[in-house]
Design a protein around this ligand. Structure first.
Ligand SMILES: [Zn+2]
Ligand SMILES: [Zn+2]
Length: 140
């Protein structure tokens, strides 16, 4: 999308969903976020949370990330950035590496496509799972 889309109306529901999403760096799934939002909006339904998330993602207010073919996750941090997924527990973290613009440029030069973006997903083992693994190895 090259033309800026007008922001959708920020209803109370969306405001709260956005606030809850911005509180965490865990890239929650819709149902995880639903559990958080429900503390503040006990009457809200999962379907409503899901629809609002999709809508806000389409409008660029949040990021929708699809990593490793698992459930969709959401991110309030919309600057381009990479993610790393733990292959043991499935946790998704932000990756503190610069986004490689050259990749997009060289893709644009070498492909007839109009390149809109790219995403990189790192896979690894998170510190907690590393500890668990080491622990299991030493106690055996
Ligand atoms: Zn892990
Ligand atoms: Zn992120």
């Amino acid at each position: 999308m090259n033309t800026p889309t007008p922001m959708i109306r920020l209803t109370t529901q969306r405001q709260i969903i956005l606030e809850e999403l911005a509180k965490v760096k865990t890239h929650p799934t819709a149902s995880e976020l639903y559990d958080m939002v429900r503390q503040r909006l006990p009457r809200i339904g999962l379907g409503t949370v899901y629809r609002n998330l999709e809508l806000m993602a389409e409008n660029g207010m949040i990021l929708k990330i699809e990593v490793g073919g698992t459930q969709k996750r959401f991110d309030a941090f919309t600057d381009p950035h990479y993610h790393i997924r733990c292959s043991a527990c499935g946790k998704v973290d932000d990756m503190e590496v610069p986004v490689i613009d050259e990749l997009v440029n060289s893709a644009a030069q070498n492909s007839p496509y109009q390149i809109l973006g790219h995403h990189v997903e790192f896979t690894g083992v998170c510190p907690r799972c590393q500890k668990k693994h080491n622990h299991a190895a030493t106690t055996h």
